[in-house]
Write a protein that binds this ligand. Structure first.
Ligand code: NAD
Length: 261
C-alpha cells in the first residue's frame, strides 16, 4: 500500500506506538514530521536513521502538547516544510493510575490536555489546510479505554472517551470534504507507557508486577497477547490509504477481543 508523496504529522512519535506508526508510514513512502519529548541526540539519531531506512523526508518539531500555540506551530511548520498536511495522527499520551479520591489535580489537567485537548488543537489547525487541498486523513490513537473503563484511571478513561466523541463529530463535519477521521483503539501494547503502569498498578492494588501482567492487563485480552506496535502501524497505513475512504467516524478496536466481552 503506497503513501508515496503524502506528508504526515504524528504527535508523540519519539517513542512506542507513535514511533512505530512513523516507521510504518515512512516505509509506505510518506514524509514524516516527528514530535515528542526525549533526549535530543537520540531523537536526531532516530530521525536520520528513519529517513535513511525509508528514503523519505523525516523532520522533527518538539511542540509540547499542553501548549496550544506550540501545537499550531507544529501544524504550520509541517505545512511549510513538507508542503502539506495530508495525514494527521494524534498519538501523544500519558497515563496516571490512582484512586479517584487521591488523584492529583495536576495529573488530571495534564492528561486531559495531552490525551484530549491536543487533538482538538491539531484538528482545528489542520482542517483548513486539508479542506483547501481536498483530501485528508485524521487518525487518533485512542484506546480500548475509549469504549470501556478500568478502575484507577479516571482521567485517562475520561480523555479517551472524549477522543471517541471528538472523532465522531469531526467525521460528520468533514464527511463531504474527502477527509476521514477515525480512532484506533489498542488493548495493551508493551511500550514505556505500559511498563510504567505495571509498577504503578502493582502499588495501587498491592500485588506483584507479575500478577499485574497476568491478572490485570492480559486478563482483559482474550487472546492473552499484547497488541503489537507493527500491527497498529499497518492499520494506520491502511486508514491513510484511498482504500479506506469510506471508513469514517469509526472507533476501531485492535485489542484481542477485550471490548467484545
Ligand atoms: P509512550 O510513552 O511510549 O509514548 C508517548 C509519546 O508521547 C512519547 O513520544 C512522548 O514524548 C510523547 N509525549 C508525552 N507528553 C507529551 C507532550 N506534552 N507533548 C508532546 N509529546 C508528548 O506511550 P505509547 O504507549 O506509545 O502511547 C501512545 C498512545 O497510544 C497514547 O495516546 C496512549 O494512550 C495510546 N495507547 C497506548 C496503549 C499501550 O498499551 N501502550 C494502549 C492503548 C492506547
Amino acid at each position: 500500500m503506497s503513501l508515496s508523496g503524502k506528508n504526515a504529522v504524528i504527535t508523540g512519535s519519539t517513542s512506542g506506538i507513535g514511533q512505530g506508526m512513523a516507521r510504518a508510514l515512512a516505509n509506505a513512502g510518506c514524509n514524516i514530521m516527528l514530535n515528542g519529548f526525549g533526549d535530543a541526540d537520540e531523537i536526531e539519531a532516530d530521525r536520520a536513521a528513519l529517513a535513511q531506512e525509508a528514503g523519505v523526508k523525516v523532520l522533527y518539531n518538539g511542540a509540547d502538547m499542553t501548549k496550544p500555540e506550540e501545537i499550531d506551530g507544529l501544524i504550520q511548520q509541517t505545512n511549510a516544510d513538507l508542503g502539506s498536511v495530508d495525514i494527521l495522527i494524534n498519538n501523544a499520551g500519558i497515563q496516571y493510575v490512582s484512586k479517584i479520591e487521591e488523584f492529583p489535580i495536576e495529573k488530571w489537567d495534564a492528561i486531559i490536555a495531552i490525551n484530549l485537548s491536543a487533538s482538538f488543537h491539531t484538528i482545528r489547525a489542520a482542517t483548513p489546510l486539508m479542506k483547501e487541498q481536498g483530501w485528508g486523513r485524521i487518525i487518533n490513537l485512542a484506546s480500548a479505554h475509549a469504549l470501556v473503563a478500568s478502575p484507577f484511571k479516571s482521567a485517562y478513561v475520561a480523555a479517551k472517551h472524549g477522543v471517541a466523541g471528538l472523532v465522531k463529530v469531526v467525521a460528520l463535519e468533514l464527511a463531504q470534504d474527502n477527509i476521514t477521521c477515525n480512532a484506533i483503539c489498542p488493548g495493551y501494547v508493551k511500550t514505556p507507557l505500559v511498563e510504567g503502569q505495571i509498577a504503578d498498578t502493582a502499588k495501587a492494588r498491592g500485588i506483584s508486577e507479575e500478577e499485574v501482567v497476568k491478572n490485570v492487563l492480559l486478563a482483559a485480552q482474550p487472546t492473552k497477547k499484547f497488541t503489537q506496535i507493527e500491527d497498529i502501524g499497518a492499520l494506520a497505513v491502511f486508514l491513510s490509504s484511498d482504500a479506506a475512504e469510506n471508513i469514517n467516524g469509526s472507533i476501531i478496536p485492535i485489542d484481542g477481543g477485550w471490548t467484545a466481552q
